[in-house]
Design a protein around this ligand. Structure first.
Ligand SMILES: Nc1ncnc2c1ncn2[C@@H]1O[C@H](COP(=O)(O)OP(=O)(O)OP(=O)(O)O)[C@@H](O)[C@H]1O
Ligand SMILES: [Mg+2]
Length: 386
């Protein structure tokens, strides 16, 4: 039999696709619409902070609300959506301002002007308009990590001087802890209003998936049981719709590649393992060098048969890795921070144990399975001399 394609439109199961219909977010959508509604009458809406863990529909909802508000086709509003994680738009204050200016149809060279000149230009441009600017800054934590919060301070302050236009900021993030380090003035002005997106439950994920599966997959190859399984796995983890969509897409790819007749629960299980493997490997490969060497030291100790490893042993191996590879060792304090970060990333788990009057130390356990362990060991041993 000919190899059959399982997809009618694979794009619909990818992250970039914006669905025409949004499920289970009526409450959030109407709250946001209410908060932004004054802009229809040329009045400045409150700034808004949208928070929720990954895959809870924040980005898709903001884009949807923007589109719907604009469908009302109101010349009083100019909406700008910027994803701050994208490097070329936000890794310097200059680039960020240039991106905003370009959205306002003012071309700015990639470099060369003083940043101050961009602020002046932005002010001039805005003051010439009679509009409310709705500026959505998605992945706002990435912006603050890269360039700090001064730009936010300046953007929120600009309104006091503007006569004809006003700017409202909609900050979006899946990481609430970054707000702790914000200038208190920025923090309070950003969070005039706050909306939280809770994780989806299994039933909600199932509805989201059913709709996408109907549009993306050929008829008769995907049972409801398969959809429920993808939804259940994603609900158990984080209630993340992106994860549920990934599971279904990868399961369909696996079934197609195998020349099977339909997608089965087994394909979903294999997809889960594959995605987990990809995630761990990608995460480890993108860590900074010293963090990788600390993690590699831990892998080596486990390979030697250590069930529980103590931080002192890690320092020793890490120090010899540094020597062989021409790196200057970090202080014990910093290494200890890196170990905590690896714990937070879920690659290891640590427990503080007391050694009586000799103080305290940490016991480290590995939190990854055999397969990623093997892949990562090979990866690191190619990268570092041992
Ligand atoms: N309520 C929904 N109805 C339909 N599709 C949804 C819904 N919620 C999320 N999705 C889909 O799930 C995926 C993830 O959603 P989205 O990108 O909006 O998440 P997010 O909250 O912005 O996550 P992150 O914090 O990681 O950026 C997208 O493909 C989106 O189309
Ligand atoms: Mg998002």
């Amino acid at each position: 039999m000919d190899k059959q394609s399982f997809f009618t439109d694979k794009h619909i199961l990818t992250h970039n696709y914006i669905p025409p219909e949004i499920y289970h977010r009526d409450e959030q959508i109407s709250k946001i619409a209410k908060i932004l509604a004054p802009s229809l009458k040329l009045e400045q809406p409150s700034n808004l902070f949208v928070y929720g863990t990954t895959g809870t529909g924040k980005s898709v909802v903001i884009k949807y609300v923007f589109k719907e508000l604009l469908v009302a086709n109101n010349t009083n509003i100019k909406s700008i959506y910027i994803n701050c994680k994208l490097r070329r738009v936000s890794d310097t204050e200059y680039r960020m301002l240039a991106t905003i200016l370009r959205e306002l149809n003012f071309p700015v060279p990639d470099t060369g002007l003083p940043t101050e000149a961009l602020y002046t230009k932005l002010f001039e441009l805005l003051d010439k308009r009679h509009q409310i600017i709705l500026l959505a800054l998605d992945e706002l934590d990435a912006l603050v990590t890269k360039i700090g919060d001064e730009i936010l301070y300046n953007l929120t302050r600009i309104n006091t001087e503007l006569q004809n236009s006003k700017i409202s900021i909609i900050g979006i993030s899946n990481n609430i802890s970054f707000t702790e380090n914000l200038d208190p003035r920025v923090k309070s002005s950003l969070s005039e209003e706050e909306i939280i997106f809770p994780p989806y439950n299994a039933l909600e994920l199932k509805n989201i998936l059913l709709d996408r599966a109907n549009k993306a997959l050929k008829e008769g190859i995907c049972s409801e049981g398969v959809i429920s399984k993808c939804a259940a796995i994603a609900a158990q983890e984080q209630g993340d719709a992106r994860r549920a969509l990934d599971l279904l897409r990868v399961a369909a790819e696996l079934a197609e590649r195998n020349n099977d007749l339909e997608i089965t629960q087994k394909h979903v299980e294999t997809a889960e393992q594959k995605l987990e493997l990809d995630r761990i490997v990608e995460l480890s490969k993108t860590q900074p060098k010293h963090s990788q060497m600390v993690f590699y030291s831990i892998l080596k100790l486990f390979e030697k048969g250590g069930e529980q490893i103590l931080t002192g042993d890690i320092y020793e191996i890490y120090s010899s890795l540094c020597k062989r590879n021409g790196f200057r060792m970090l202080t014990n304090r910093r290494i200890s921070d890196l170990i905590s970060e690896l714990d937070m990333l879920g690659l290891i788990s640590t427990k503080v144990i007391s050694k009586g009057r000799y103080g305290r130390t940490r016991e480290v356990r590995l939190a990854i399975a055999k397969k990623p362990f093997d892949i990562l060991k090979t990866f690191f041993s190619d990268l570092y001399e041992t």
